[in-house]
Design a protein around this ligand. Sequence first.
Ligand code: FPP
Length: 248
Amino acid sequence: MGEHLKIPPEKIPQHVAIIMDGNGRWALSRGLPRLAGHRAGTENLRRIIRASVEFGVKYLTIYAFSTENWGRPPEEVKGLMHIFEDVIDRELAELHKEGVQLRHIGRLERLAPKLHKKVLDAVELTKDNDRLVLNVAFNYGGRDEIVYAIQRIVESGIPAEDVNAELVSQYLFTAGVPDPDLVIRTSGELRISNFLIWQTAYSEWYITPTYWPDFNKEEFRRALEDYARRDRRFGGVSAAVDNKVHAS
Ligand code: FPP
């Protein structure tokens, strides 16, 4: 099987969001420490970012560290912080050259000042790039995002009758980003895990048993092809059924 996409451009999901799960189990199955799994996951992320550019995906959102991940052993938390910093140091120039716009979703406040600044600088440097928008969810939680949006809506003194779904979307970290068309979750878990709980109301899901470090370009291509065959109805009926109804 070749790695080239066999789907028309209009069937390529504009926004793909990924829960990169299974790094720990990948490492355990090889007798390695969990952080080795996160490092392998980081290497895989490089491949999937490049494949996204190649396949014409416009927005890629990755779940790198959740608000609940602070509860992991301190050395793992420290390791994940270090990986994030390292990714920025080592990859930023190349990503910038490739036209990737880096954005952050979540709370930066709790991160170490040095990492906080690095993220802001990376966002600033790449803000005019438009080949791929890469949203990194780091210290991100869906409920936290909604609570924070409500707080800011209330603070702005917006009257209750003016609050609607569109307004709430504008107050989320993802303001201006279209909702994900496709969410991929690796390692076979059947959970949303507080990821983009507002934005994924009508997203399609692709769940695979593959651990994240092994989720390669070939399987990414299969996920996009699978998505292209879906009939998205957004709570309505399919276009084929609708045409029949109108013709009768
Ligand atoms: C879930 O696997 C993975 C994470 C919590 C971290 C994901 C991070 C990376 C892939 C590194 C890239 C990071 C950045 C900052 C760009 P798990 O550890 O929960 O796996 P398990 O369920 O098998 O234990």
